[in-house]
Design a protein around this ligand. Structure first.
Ligand SMILES: [Zn+2]
Ligand SMILES: [Zn+2]
Length: 359
């Protein structure tokens, strides 16, 4: 705190002391206040002390008022997380079942051998990657602040956990913990995305999008046939379809609509996360850095992200790739290697000195 800040602090403290004295019940000369009046005065002091604090501002007051709302939202998200995970498993399972029962037999009976081979290889490789990365993203802890005293450099103290917060760490109110290199809390994983499961999260999004695109392209012709057949149900006289054929048509319609919608929605999210990774930012840092960029611009300085190591290097850091062959073994194939670093300390190479260069 600079001299100016200390002076401000003491002057505010003096002002507060004066106001505090005014608030306290002053006994009149020779006359004792009645018990009701005394009770009233003390009640007033207690009420005033609830918000009469040098650190209290409107944000704190609003936070306190909305505390029950936050509590409700956090708890609902925590419980809905379990429902969302079950939903992901159920929807993915239903799509896989339809592919095995309806799409694959049709491919095997109608396609040439090389196309059958391609579908069997690609489809299974994609499926294994989806299942592996989803399982790892859900079950791997994102990494939390150390609870015991240690020598790591910390930025601040978390006011909720009362533990030191290393750089890039943020508090998740849903998990009620400080998460290392926190990206966001994902309800679809019922877990926070942080240092130790960021790669699993991104790979899951990528492989799931690829799987959905693959399904919607492969089953496009079958979907159009099924759609036309469903349309013909309402013709007079209606064509004769067995119940099995009707179920087949509806399953293909469900498969195509679901996979194409997920491909669009999850594809957008995956692209957004790919942009953030390329920039060396997390979702939380994106917001912080944008504000910082604006603030520095106003005082004629340029903001440089200290965790940006270059586009390719950022991807190498995320995937934990050290040499070329690892792009295959660690990215294209399921791998449970830990990420680079411990998530507590971060290497900020050349940018540290350039961070606030004047324009
Ligand atoms: Zn915390
Ligand atoms: Zn969380």
């Amino acid at each position: 705190m600079g001299t100016h800040s200390w002076r401000c602090y003491f002057s505010r403290l003096t002002r507060l002391s004066v106001r505090w004295v005014r608030l306290c019940p002053q006994p009149r000369q020779g006359k004792r206040p009645g018990p009701f009046r005394q009770l009233w005065s003390y009640g007033k002091i207690i009420f005033n002390s609830l918000y009469f604090n040098v650190l209290t501002n409107w944000d704190t007051v609003l936070d306190s008022i909305f505390e029950p709302v936050y509590w409700l939202v956090d708890n609902l998200t925590r419980w809905f997380g379990v429902v969302f995970v079950c939903l992901v498993i159920a929807l993915t399972g239903s799509v896989v079942l339809i592919v095995y029962l309806c799409v694959l037999p049709l491919i095997i009976h109608t396609y040439p051998t090389h196309w059958i081979f391609w579908h069997l290889c690609y489809g299974h490789w994609n499926l294994v990657n989806i299942v592996f990365h989803y399982y790892k993203a859900v079950t791997t802890s994102p990494g939390h602040s150390p609870q015991e005293k240690c020598d790591i450099p910390t930025v601040t103290i978390c006011k909720k956990c009362i533990v030191p917060k290393p750089t890039r760490t943020h508090h998740c109110s849903i998990c009620n913990a400080c998460v290392l290199k926190m990206d966001h809390h994902c309800p679809w994983l019922n877990n926070c995305v942080g240092h130790f499961n960021h790669r699993y999260f991104f790979s899951f999004c990528l492989y799931m999008t690829m799987g959905c695109i693959y399904c919607s392209i492969s089953a496009k012709d079958m979907f159009l046939d099924a759609y036309n057949a469903i349309e013909s149900y309402y013709q007079t006289p209606p064509p004769h379809f067995t119940n099995e054929e009707k179920l087949f048509h509806k399953s293909l319609l469900y498969l195509w609509v679901l996979t194409s919608s997920v491909a669009v929605a999850l594809g957008g999210l995956t692209i957004w996360h790919a942009v953030l990774i390329t920039r060396g930012e997390t979702s939380v840092e994106r917001l912080i850095n944008r504000k910082e960029k604006k603030r520095l611009k106003q005082i004629g300085k340029v903001f440089r992200n200290p965790y940006h190591h270059g586009r390719i290097n950022n991807w190498k850091i995320l995937f934990g790739v050290e040499k070329k062959s690892q792009w295959i073994t660690r990215v294209l194939l399921p791998s449970s290697h830990p990420p680079r670093g411990d998530g507590l300390t971060w290497d900020c190479p050349r940018h540290r000195h350039e961070a606030m260069d004047t324009i």
